[in-house]
Design a protein around this ligand. Structure first.
Ligand code: PGA
Length: 240
């Protein structure tokens, strides 16, 4: 694993955007991208790097996960988020966007997504944030994992963490459709992003515990041959 500790958000977003940009700067690349507050400054940088660049005209963009039951146009959907922060600002065609549709029948959507992933065989790069409970996409701590795209019950910790994105009376979906660990582990490269003091404990645990357990999903990434973890100084403790 490669660990990159950045001084501040400016350095963090530059380092992460450059790594993503270089990983997909070739035709036929495929990338799977996350939502959340962590990648927002990274997407800002990527927009400025990609907006006049035609090199991405064949790149396939997937999303890691999606709330079950939400239309892609719903303002809380992850498809909407990625459009708003990245896709609508860069010169790509709709056919390049292979996003999970939360409004489709969830079982059918999981199968459809696996078929789309099978067509590219594996991702060039999967980018992911990290939950405070160590979740990766919506693979929440559990006794076992489902390898491929599946319906996930969102944990109480994650519901609480994500509540901040929803309006006071807005109902939060309790289920999500998520990529499974099989396709994450098959990716040529995995880039993990974490910033801010709320991620300090999960990063400390990941870097210090050399145990792999489904109760701490991020720990499985210890087995990935090309993992880069990029953190800012607030998410990193010197005492590891
Ligand atoms: P965050 O979410 O970037 O909003 O902290 C990360 C995650 O839950 O995976």
């Amino acid at each position: 694993m490669k660990l990159l500790v950045c001084e501040n958000i400016e350095e963090f977003s530059t380092v992460a955007a450059n790594l993503i940009y270089n990983s997909i700067h070739h035709s036929k690349a495929s990338v799977c991208l996350p939502t959340g507050s962590t990648p927002i400054p990274v997407y800002e940088k990527l927009v400025s790097m990609m907006q006049d660049d035609k090199a991405f005209a064949e790149v396939k963009f997937f999303n890691l996960d999606e709330y079950a039951g939400l239309e892609p146009t719903h303002h809380q959907s992850y498809a909407y988020f990625l459009n708003q922060h990245l896709y609508s600002h860069i010169p790509i065609r709709n056919e390049q966007l292979l996003l999970i549709n939360g409004a489709n029948d969830p079982q059918d959507e999981c199968k459809r997504y696996d078929t789309l992933i099978d067509e590219i065989s594996r991702f060039d790069v999967v980018v992911d944030g990290i939950g405070t409970n160590g979740h990766i996409a919506f693979n929440e701590p559990a006794d076992h994992f489902i390898p491929r795209t599946h319906i996930s019950e969102i944990s109480a910790t994650t519901l609480q963490a994500n509540r901040r994105f929803f309006k006071e009376n807005e109902i939060m979906p309790l289920q999500a459709i998520t990529l499974g660990f099989e396709d994450i582990m098959k990716a040529k490269k995995v880039i993990l992003l974490a910033t801010g003091p709320s991620k300090k404990e999960v990063i400390r645990r990941f870097l210090s515990e050399k145990k792999i357990t489904t109760q701490f999903p991020i720990s499985l990434l210890n087995m990935h041959p090309d993992l880069t973890l990029i953190v800012d100084s607030e998410a990193y403790s010197e005492s590891i």
